[in-house]
Design a protein around this ligand. Structure first.
Ligand code: SD4
Length: 333
């Protein structure tokens, strides 16, 4: 090798090494904590907390919490009572991620009660990250999940009523704002947990946007959009109209902003500002919400519109429900 080539090679290696940030060590021991989106995050956190309080790890905790949201309640936006797509199919999206980068996800999954557990099996038992549609369903059945119809009579009735207008119009916090006759037509549980060993995990599970096109996949099963976790920094998750998170790789963005030194709250605000900057007009009439926690257990949130709440659970407070700040304080009707 010529001395010039050797010189170039070693200076490029030096430059590359200089560009790599020094890895921060994962804290040896810390206070456990779990946070989740929305008010149903309170009981979901409790399930996760049981795992953490017993010394369990963050991955088992978020799976337990998300499983509760999928079947322990019956709402219109997560799991088996979720509202269907415009053709009447209930299709579920979910992802799970550990702070070491391992992750799994399913999208447009039908007939299976616990998409979050199928996502975990994708992570642990396949060489892939994301399985979709019929392939995801077949994989779930092969793994022992029992298929059954998830469309409840209430969801069926809501769908038939919707068919009369067939207008796709995501409402901002519809039920929470008391819009008569309106149940939420979207809201996802995104959960982040910090284990006592300082390691983090996250889960995100949803039935997606009610009355979406058949085959539509939102942000929740897309690593980096609806969920991202990195043990060196922290984690972020999202709820709201998923197309905005997909456009902005939003949960990844929140984590990267934290990596640059921002607090979780400021990082969430930074990602919301990016959403507004990209589509200022559209952002006035749709909801986008971020929730983040860093490896020190600091938590923050930010939303486009007022009304986003998130649940926090640790040794000091089990059932805290906090209101997120937002860009717009009055919501357009
Ligand atoms: C989606 N982000 O499928 C989900 C839905 C949601 O509040 O969270 N809505 O786009």
């Amino acid at each position: 090798m010529s001395s010039r080539r050797r010189f170039l090679q070693s200076s490029l290696m030096a430059a590359g090494a200089a560009m790599l940030p020094t890895a921060r060590a994962v804290p040896a021991s810390t206070d456990a904590k779990v946070v989740s989106t929305w008010d149903f995050g309170v009981p979901a956190n409790r399930e996760a907390w049981q795992v953490l309080a017993a010394g369990g790890n963050a991955l088992d905790a978020v799976e337990a919490g998300a499983r509760w949201a999928e079947t322990g309640q019956c709402n219109s936006t997560v799991g088996r009572c979720g509202y269907p797509d415009r053709d009447g199919f209930v299709t579920l999206d979910a992802s799970i991620m550990q702070g070491d980068g391992s992750c799994g996800a399913v999208a447009a999954l039908q007939d299976i009660d616990h998409p979050i557990s199928v996502a975990r099996k994708v992570m642990e038992k396949t060489p892939h990250v994301l399985l979709v549609g019929d392939g995801a369903r077949q994989f779930a059945i092969a793994e022992g999940f029992t298929p059954h119809s998830l469309r409840t009579p209430e969801a069926e009735q809501a769908w038939r009523e919707w068919l009369e207008t067939s207008r796709y119009q995501p409402e901002i916090n519809a039920e929470r704002r008391g819009i008569p006759g309106n149940r939420e037509n979207h809201d996802t549980i995104g959960m982040l947990a910090l284990g006592r060993d300082g390691r983090m995990a996250g889960a995100c599970t949803t039935s997606g946007m009610a009355w979406k096109m058949h085959g539509r996949v939102g942000d929740s099963p897309i690593i980096g959009a609806g969920l991202y976790v990195d043990d060196q920094v922290g984690g972020a998750t999202a709820s709201g109209v998923g197309e905005e998170m997909l456009r902005n790789a939003a949960s990844f963005l929140v984590v990267e902003l934290m990596r640059q030194g921002l607090s979780p709250a400021d990082a969430c605000r930074g990602a919301i500002e990016r959403v507004v900057k990209k589509r200022p007009e559209a952002s006035k009439s749709l909801q986008v919400c971020f929730l983040a926690m860093n490896t020190h257990g600091e938590v923050g949130a930010f939303a486009l519109h007022q009304g986003f709440v998130y649940a926090v659970c640790d040794a000091q407070r089990q059932d805290a429900l906090l209101e997120s700040p937002s860009v717009y304080t009055t919501t357009k009707t």
